[in-house]
Design a protein around this ligand. Structure first.
Ligand SMILES: [Zn+2]
Length: 111
């Protein structure tokens, strides 16, 4: 785990599409007129699943919560929610915040 301070993404100058990944072009319209931006680090859970059996480098982490989080800026991203001790307490709409980037699994959020 090598956490970074910022949640980076890109915004497209042509269609204003925003995505929580750093890419060479806009995934929506294909424009290369994009800018790397720092995204808001708070959001809420849109949907989630509890993964009981992880694969590969995720095996040691299981069980864990894999969620789709929508940030304040309406950017959706798939993320692991870290530090959940009671999986029954996880609810859609829960507020979560960015914890850091894991170089293997991508963004990690926490309560
Ligand atoms: Zn675009």
């Amino acid at each position: 785990m090598s956490p970074t301070e910022t949640l980076s993404g890109i915004v497209c100058h042509k269609c204003q599409f925003k995505v929580a990944e750093v890419l060479d072009g806009c995934p929506s319209c294909g424009s290369e007129s994009i800018e790397t931006v720092e995204l808001k680090q708070t959001g809420s859970i849109l949907s989630f699943t509890v993964v009981h059996v992880g694969f590969g480098h995720m095996a040691k982490r299981a069980p864990y919560v894999l969620a789709i989080v929508q940030t304040e800026e309406n950017v959706k991203l798939t993320t692991v929610i870290d530090g959940v001790s009671d999986f029954n307490s996880v609810k859609i709409g829960d507020k979560v915040r960015f914890k850091g980037m894991d170089e293997k699994i991508g963004p990690v959020f926490q309560y």
